[in-house]
Design a protein around this ligand. Structure first.
Ligand SMILES: [Zn+2]
Length: 258
């Protein structure tokens, strides 16, 4: 197995991984979307809302705000030692208030835990006119994307690593020219120069010029994008940790078999 980072910035990481198969690539993707938990607003008590939006609309917007998540400090309610009753390890109180005129943004969500705050501070929540006010409080909990998509930490997409195979009548020179730097001639075929900028339009040019594209089923290009609750690295590590725990459970059950 070999992992190479191709591009990395704050929210997005592109990497290649070889020595796996499509089923494994898809498992990593699904564990990120459905299993890795994050914090989100779950219960809201609206004590004042003079805005033009219904309480439910404001509540929906607040629920979708990604909150920075410290996985070491919080448990899912049903897995907590309080057995779902609610305690400091599984829930956190927040307040949200604003006064017009002007827009109230996500950064008006305040908690007592300095590690938990809106990952994107300037998400517009509601507009208020002069003398209008909004005031709400409620509860933030930890849960995962299979319960509600607001808990998903991000996205992971993948595709097989493409390689070029030249047919008998391939016009390599023309394909290289038309791909404008994304493709280079190599021996009697061609090679992709920059996999980050490589896209379907280039593949079409290749095919038109007699070059075939083959997609590996052992090496994949992954694009991981985090919504802000966790970093890309935390998201991947947590997905692997949960997968490992499931395999551990499976292992124990197998050992019980006679
Ligand atoms: Zn608890």
């Amino acid at each position: 197995m070999d992992l190479k980072i191709i591009k990395k910035d704050k929210e997005k990481t592109i990497f290649t991984l070889n020595g796996i198969n499509p089923a494994m690539a898809n498992t990593i993707r699904r564990y990120i979307i459905e299993q890795v938990p994050t914090l989100a607003i779950e219960e809201i008590d609206m004590s004042r809302n003079d805005s033009a939006l219904y309480d439910e609309m404001v509540a929906l917007r607040l629920g979708l705000v990604p909150l920075t998540t410290d996985l070491k400090s919080y448990n899912k309610k049903e897995e907590c030692k309080c057995k779902g009753a609610g305690c400091a390890s599984c829930q956190l109180v927040f307040s949200f208030k604003g006064k017009g005129p002007g827009t109230v943004y996500s950064d008006a969500i305040e908690t007592k835990d300095p590690k938990v705050k809106p990952a994107i501070p300037k998400l517009p929540i509601v507009k208020l006119l002069k003398d209008q006010e909004i005031k709400a409080e409620g509860i933030i909990v930890l849960n995962s994307g299979n319960v509600h998509t607001k808990f998903s930490p991000g996205l992971l997409t993948y595709r097989g690593y493409p390689s070029i195979k030249a047919g008998k009548n391939a016009n390599i020179k023309k394909a290289v020219e038309e791909c404008k730097g994304a493709l280079v001639a190599k021996g009697s075929s061609a090679e992709i120069k920059d996999i980050v900028s490589w896209n379907e339009a280039y593949e079409e040019i290749c095919e038109k010029n007699g070059l075939e594209i083959e997609y590996s089923d052992e090496e994949f290009i992954f694009t991981a994008e985090a919504w802000g609750q966790l970093s890309v690295k935390e998201m991947l590590l947590e997905a692997m940790k949960i997968f490992d725990e499931k395999l551990g459970e499976f292992n124990k059950l197998i050992k019980k078999l006679k």
